[in-house]
Design a protein around this ligand. Structure first.
Ligand code: ADP
Length: 550
């Protein structure tokens, strides 16, 4: 049986003036187990042209004027080609060998030793293969490192900002590391309309891209026909994507491969990243993974920035709504106050008999009208006061006045006997100094505290105590009652606007929850403090201390 030895194919470029010599080389290679496909060149130009094709090996013989073996080697290096380069020469001297090897030739074979060429070829092919593998390995490792660094950088940068534009800039910058010659587009879903809107892009003209998007959105026949990507997996299309939206513009730039990566954050689909590459580039698994990880980080940051933006808008809307409410309340209170003041004035005049004698019942009825109207006026004034805090800066009007006179006047407001079993006790020294304070605000503070004490006390007493301490230049007002008291868990809230303690009893006490809010605000403006102590069922004590002169 005949045994056929399988010869190894070999693409070899021979630099030689003599076709005969070249043939001899080829014959030796054949004898050494190779099946050479070869080309012989004998000028720099023809070698340059031949190098356009791919070769496994170059053998340079001598004899070409103006284009020596080392010139051929230099040309190879110039092209960045790392092919085994063997020199065949009839010069057998050590110096020539050293020079050739130093210049980068891989072997130097003298004509006398030509039969060992096949062995040398085999060795050099193996060495070149090892070099290539090492090179690929090193490049791979380096790229892996670059991607890891890019991901860490991106995660730090992307998640440390709330500004959408900055997030997207970082994102595109990092994409550049992996796909320097590609284009990237970012489209996000509009939360209100549900439409995918163009946000930003890289390496294509933004205006052109936006325009193309708008027209492809408008024209339903050219609607993007893409697979149901939204199971959250990237889509990779490595061939021309004739049915993708806004295709013309990408074709114009020569992009033919497409990778679409969803921007997913906590199961919410925020949008898509599109990557477009030129012919010949197929998105590798490594790229898909890197871009997917980048997209995940970007999605978290985008979601954060969108939530922040939403909160900011809501805050602005709330502030606006609050302002409208306050202005409305203020206007309404003003409008109510004027007619009410007239009602109170006329009722007083009629009740006092100016327009004729009244029966006891008539007088009593008008007194009730007056008392209720005064309550109403007090409420309206409270609203007005409270709205002032929200709309304008409250001014302090400091004056000098006698504390005794001030208290005598305050007492007049509570002259009428109370229609319940409660005594109002005034407790202050007969000699009190003049003080410097805002008289109107002080009146509001005390009226609110005393009204509350009376309102929430059915039996016992309400006591108003006043002390002036010249040493600390402080005036202390204390309103104590023996009323229903305040549960301790409600105490921290009673100074909030509109807060009223929920009571199990069905009896309504009236009021709007504004009085104590005003007390606290005014006290604060006067540079003072307010404290409360209370025991449910036993009573409450409110203490306001203000400086004499601010
Ligand atoms: P209101 O108009 O309801 O009196 P305030 O702001 O003056 O509003 O008071 C808030 C709440 O604090 C009241 O609804 C009441 O429950 C409680 N409160 C205030 N003062 C007293 C008091 N002297 N005794 C018992 N509860 C009081």
């Amino acid at each position: 049986m005949m045994r056929l030895a399988v010869k190894r194919p070999l693409r070899v470029l021979i630099v030689d003036r003599s076709a005969e010599d070249a043939k001899q080389l080829v014959r030796l290679l054949r004898e050494g187990g190779y099946d050479p496909a070869f080309e012989r060149v004998d000028t720099a130009d023809s070698m340059a042209t031949a190098l356009e094709q791919s070769w496994e090996l170059v053998i340079a013989n001598s004899g070409i004027p103006n284009f020596g073996r080392l010139d051929a080697l230099a040309l190879l290096k110039e092209r960045g080609l790392d092919l085994p380069f063997l020199i065949v020469s009839d010069i057998d001297n050590e110096e020539a060998v050293v020079t050739a090897l130093k210049a980068g030739a891989h072997d130097y074979i003298t004509k006398g030793n030509l039969e060992r060429i096949a062995l040398s070829v085999e060795r050099e092919l193996r060495a070149a293969q090892t070099r290539r593998e090492r090179q690929v390995g090193a490049e791979h490792l380096q790229r892996h490192r670059d991607l890891q660094t890019a991901l860490i950088d991106a995660s730090l940068a992307i998640t440390s900002t709330l500004d959408l534009k900055t997030v997207l800039n970082f994102l595109l910058e990092k994409v550049d590391i992996v796909l320097p010659n590609s284009a990237t587009t970012v489209r996000l879903y509009n939360r209100e309309t549900g439409a995918l809107e163009p946000i930003t892009c890289r390496n294509i003209d933004e205006n052109e891209w936006r325009a193309a998007n708008t027209s492809s959105n408008r024209n339903s026949r050219r609607k993007v026909n893409r697979p149901a990507l939204h199971n959250g997996f990237p889509i990779r299309l490595d061939k021309a994507y004739s049915d993708l939206g806004s295709v013309d513009i990408f074709r114009k730039y020569g992009f033919v491969s497409y990778l679409e990566v969803p921007l997913l954050a906590k199961d919410e689909m925020l949008g898509v990243l599109g990557f477009y590459a030129h012919k010949g580039h197929q998105f590798s698994q490594e790229e898909v993974e890197f871009l997917s990880m980048l997209a995940t980080q970007a999605a978290i940051a985008i979601q954060k920035s969108q939530l922040y933006e939403q909160t900011r808008k809501q805050k602005a809307e709330l502030e606006r709504a609050n302002k409208v409410k306050t202005e409305f309340l203020s206007l309404m209170s003003h409008e109510l106050r004027t007619p009410l003041t007239a009602i109170i004035g006329y009722t007083g005049v009629v009740r006092d008999g100016i327009f004729g004698q009244l029966s006891v019942e008539q007088e009593e009825a008008l007194s009730r009208v007056l008392s209720r109207s005064n309550n109403l006026l007090e409420m309206i004034e409270s609203i007005l006061q409270a709205t002032i805090f929200e709309t304008e800066e409250v001014k302090v009007q400091i004056g000098t006045f006698s504390l005794s006179d001030f208290l005598s006047e305050l007492r007049l407001l509570y002259r009428v006997p109370m229609d319940k079993d409660t005594t109002l006790i005034w407790d202050y020294p007969s000699q009190l100094p003049t003080i410097r304070a805002d008289r109107t605000k002080l009146t509001h503070i005390l009226r609110n505290l005393i009204s509350n004490a009376i309102k929430f006390t059915d039996q016992g007493h309400v006591k108003v105590s006043v002390r002036h301490s010249p040493g600390t230049k402080k005036v202390t007002f204390r309103v104590t009652d023996t009323g229903i008291g305040i549960p301790s868990k409600a105490l921290p809230s009673i100074f909030e606007m509109f807060y009223q303690v929920e009571r199990p009893e069905t009896r309504p006490y009236g009021g709007m929850g504004i009085g104590l809010y005003i007390v606290e605000k005014f006290t604060e403006i006067l540079g003072g403090t307010v404290e409360v102590k209370s025991k449910p069922g036993k009573g409450s004590t409110f203490t306001v201390a203000i400086p004499d002169g601010i």
